[in-house]
Write a protein that binds this ligand. Structure first.
Ligand code: HXC
Ligand code: NAP
Length: 300
């Protein structure tokens, strides 16, 4: 039992008990950088063995040795372009040879950049669909078939975005692909539940990473469009907050959660959606006058 007496809890700290993922083998696509790296770090701290995979082996190996040193956990770095079915199959075999099993698949790898859609070549559009949707399909089908054939339970966690359901201008290939991943999450949550395989998704709002910020807010766009202003809580996400949620969703504590998408965005997408949310701009002192005006109309 953890003793939380006299301990002030912070969202920048780990949340689960120390051994919450003990013995679990987790494959994290895109685990060498950004949010994938942050989630990998926390999984290791909670006792998991993690396979990190992406296209850049040197980056993966650096991350693996950094995190092994930091956490004392075991990391296997495997180069794998998730767009390529054969590479995914080889990555799966490497994971099984190293750790004997796979318990969890975290589909986190993604590609994205901002562009007016009419400027995209058809192959540029494909490059995003292929990484996000086809890559998630390849890893899910490959590892899912292994679980089903060997009668092993499994857990899949997919990282989507809040524009998976709203859509978004200027990142149309990403929006289409993430919508597809969300559909896959909900569809297979039902279809593969009979095999003991759970599917959930996380929809993060803005969590600054080098990969995302260089492609989505290049140059001075980060200052021009301060992401904090889009969030009712007036801040961006901390990587540990996302890692806490991900660890819960891949752990046995969430055993009854299946087919869910959990938004973690400080209220960002709802701020954009609510019909009258623009009234936030009205100063508090004006509300007395407005109330009088409204009531005066009602009594006539
Ligand atoms: C127009 C572009 C472009 C741009 C690339 N292309 N950038 N077109 N505007 N800014 C075109 C290229 O000209 C090429 O077209 C095609 O896209 C593929 O580009 P390549 O560089 O050849 O592809 P590749 O090396 O495979 O790189 C894939 C990539 C790259 C997606 C383009 O950005 C990448 O490696 N990304 C991985 C990491 C990443 O994107 N992380 C951010 C995730 S953030 P042709 O015509 O030659 O085929 C995210 C969250 C969003 O998803 C939510 C935030 C709140
Ligand atoms: P990131 O660091 O750029 O992560 C993307 C990862 O995907 C990289 O490690 C990259 O590694 C890997 N990748 C790209 N193409 C690949 C391919 N073909 N095969 C295998 N791996 C590939 O960006 P991030 O911000 O951490 O994003 C992580 C996830 O969070 C993504 O799913 C993203 O859509 C989602 N997300 C992020 C935010 C945010 O604010 N940061 C918000 C909402 C959702 P290589 O280049 O080495 O291949």
């Amino acid at each position: 039992m953890l003793n939380f007496k006299n301990k002030k809890m912070k969202y920048t700290e780990g949340m689960l008990r120390e051994d919450a993922l003990k013995g679990k083998v987790i494959v994290v696509t895109g685990g060498g950088s950004g949010l994938g790296k942050a989630m990998t770090r926390y999984f290791l701290q909670l006792g998991a063995k993690v396979v990190i995979t992406s296209r850049n082996l040197e980056k993966l190996q650096n991350t693996a040795s950094e995190l092994e040193k930091e956490t004392g956990g075991e990391v296997l770095a495997v180069a794998c372009d998730v767009r390529n079915w054969d590479e995914v199959e080889v990555m799966k075999q490497a994971a099984l040879e190293a750790f004997g099993t796979i318990d969890v698949l975290l589909n986190n790898a993604a590609g994205n950049f901002i562009a007016p859609t009419e400027r995209l070549t058809h192959t540029a559009f494909d490059s995003i669909l292929d990484i996000v949707l086809k890559g998630t399909k390849n890893c899910t089908l490959s590892i899912g078939k292994y679980w089903i054939e060997h009668k092993k339970p499994g857990t899949v966690l997919n990282i989507v975005t809040t524009y998976s359901w709203t859509g978004s201008a200027y990142v149309v290939p990403s929006a289409c692909a993430k919508a597809g991943v969300l559909a896959m999450t909900r569809s297979l949550a039902v279809e593969w539940a009979k095999y003991g395989i759970r599917f959930n998704a996380i929809a993060p709002g803005p969590f600054p990473t080098k990969g995302a910020w260089e492609r989505l807010l290049p140059g001075d766009l980060a200052e021009q469009f301060d992401m904090k202003k889009k969030v009712p809580l007036r801040r961006v996400g901390e990587h540990q907050e996302l890692a806490n949620l991900a660890a819960y969703l891949v752990s046995d504590y969430s055993a009854y959660m299946n087919g869910e998408v959990v938004t973690i965005d400080g209220g960002e997408w709802l701020q954009g959606a609510g019909e009258f949310n623009m009234l936030e701009a009205i100063p508090q002192e004006m509300w007395d006058t407005l109330e009088k005006m409204i009531k005066a109309k009602k009594s006539k």
